[in-house]
Design a protein around this ligand. Sequence first.
Ligand code: DC
Length: 223
Amino acid sequence: MNIAIDGPAGAGKSTVAKAVASRLRYVYIDTGAMYRALAWAVLQAGISVEDEEAVAALLQHNRIRLERSGNEQRVFWNDTDVTGEIRTPEVSRYASIVASYGAVRSLMLILQRRMAEQGNVVMDGRDIGTHVLPDAEVKIFLTASIRERAKRRFAELMAQGHATTVEELEAEIAERDRRDSEREVAPLRQAADAVLVDTTGRSVEDVVDHILQICKRTGEEAK
Ligand code: DC
């Protein structure tokens, strides 16, 4: 069984997807980290993020690798571990721009489908249920109010020592939502057969249990 978890920034996708994967002993794949790694590389290489061709070429000529280390996923750009450097607001903004490029998405799609070939993966992103794994047995669209999403990101960034405010993050998230939903290629959209799960005011455990129940039901129906 494959499980697709999509939704806007800060809805809790990675926390929830990681927990679901761990409970089912599935492999967790964070596709956002792949766009972030490319964004990081664009910044490092000093090429213009507006140059779609150069950005796509950068992805084509280098390697993104996700590696499991205990319960954590580490992200590599070639042999450089970029896990700790891809969560900054600057990388977030760049990731959303590179993710709007068709040439980039086609390459990512190939990489991501290959990762899910063996089955038993929990993959999170924006277009997993609609494009990457349209045949996933379970599809979840995770969302939460924009205020709550900004507050969660704020707590994460504070813990990492980044200075920002909830208001600033709310504006950034709104801008990213807009760009992710309005882009022409594979926009952020709930798949017709996805279950909508609103995480506002709900604990991680509660949401994880809810999703595990959906998985269980799907597994039983398939028998
Ligand atoms: O989930 P995240 O915040 O780490 O994602 C970073 C950016 O990548 C975000 O702006 C949306 C984009 N993205 C995407 O377009 N498609 C995916 N499958 C995953 C992420």
